[in-house]
Design a protein around this ligand. Structure first.
Ligand code: GAR
Length: 196
């Protein structure tokens, strides 16, 4: 059984999909949900499901990334996960944190990587006139939104899409993609999954 920790910063809808998928014959079990924001809605939702939660506020560590990351790692040392999933965790992690987790850390990003690393992915896809957009789950490496791709899901862009309408359809695909990729990853399968 693989122990799975999940980092969030907000509502945590992807986190909840991951948590709820880890039942029955699933090879993973959630052992920690951590947020860098105490008011992240996902923390209460995870606690209500009986999962251990932690908050490591980044603000007291202003200018001290190493200190912030040491505090994150201390929580991971307590929970002893085998796999770490970033699910809407909106802090950049440095190589010092990422490297020890190489091959064991996943992230979901709302674009078809390598397109649109970073923020505002939906607006950028619309501005470029893309006919399709989507989301990617990838292994985390020190470069932002790089790393081997484990799965992608595509969404057709509609003529009248706004960043919000497009984001909503991409998020619905994220909810399918991330649990499917985590299940495969926990079984040792790193071949890319393509949805739909
Ligand atoms: C998701 O769309 C995720 O892909 C994105 O944040 C959202 C979190 O939603 N992540 C990033 O932009 C990472 N750079 P959620 O809290 O409801 O899962």
């Amino acid at each position: 059984m693989k122990r799975v920790a999940i980092f969030i910063s907000g509502g945590g809808s992807n986190m909840l999909r991951l948590v709820d998928s880890m039942t029955g014959d699933h090879p993973g079990r959630p052992v920690l949900v951590l947020s860098n924001r105490a008011d992240a809605g996902g923390i209460a939702a995870a606690a209500a499901r009986g999962i251990a939660t932690a908050v490591v506020d980044h603000r007291p560590f202003k200018g001290d990334r190493a200190g912030f990351e040491a505090a994150l790692q201390a929580e991971l040392d307590r929970a002893a996960p085998d796999i770490l999933c970033l699910a809407g965790f909106m802090r950049v992690l440095t190589a010092g944190f990422v490297m020890p987790w190489a091959g064991r850390m996943l992230n979901i990003h709302p674009s078809l990587l390598p397109k649109y690393r970073g923020l505002d992915t939906h607006a950028r896809a619309l501005a470029a006139g893309d006919a399709e957009h989507g989301c990617t789950v990838h292994e985390v490496t020190p470069e932002l939104d790089e790393g081997p791709i484990l799965g992608q899901a595509r969404v057709a862009v509609a003529q009248d899409d706004t960043p919000d309408t497009l984001a909503a359809r991409v998020l619905a695909m994220e909810h399918q993609l991330y649990p499917a990729v985590l299940r495969r990853f926990a079984q040792g399968d790193r071949s890319p999954l393509l949805l739909p």
